[in-house]
Design a protein around this ligand. Structure first.
Ligand code: FES
Length: 110
């Protein structure tokens, strides 16, 4: 099990915007949804766009390149719920946002 890593301050996050952070060598997109932070892989499985640059509404980020949509709360592809991207545990300690990488980083559900 990996550890939690401090990635930014909670004040750096904005509702409706993603933020790319590095956890080791991995890029993660962190979002604030109704005051709670969530973290998913910052790499669209279609062609690799950064999801943190996507449009966010109602807890769903739309990829800025070709509009695939993912729930930021659990990484589910909104248009095909059998497929998920990596979703990582997040906690706030004081002002620090901390992320614990999940493994594996992408999965299919049956
Ligand atoms: S790269 Fe994300 S939808 Fe194409």
């Amino acid at each position: 099990m990996s550890e939690f890593h401090t990635v930014c301050k909670v004040q750096e996050l904005r509702e409706g915007e993603g933020k790319t952070v590095a956890v080791g060598k991995k890029l993660v997109a962190v979002f604030l949804v109704e005051g709670n932070p969530f973290a998913i892989d910052d790499c669209c499985p279609h062609m690799g766009a950064s999801l943190s640059g996507g449009y966010v509404e109602s807890g769903i980020v739309t990829c800025p390149w070709h509009a695939w949509r993912f729930r930021v709360t659990d990484g589910t592809w909104a248009d095909n719920p059998r497929i998920k991207i990596g979703c990582h545990s997040v906690r706030v300690v004081g002002d620090d946002v901390q992320v614990q990488l999940a493994s594996p980083t992408a999965e299919r559900t049956s």
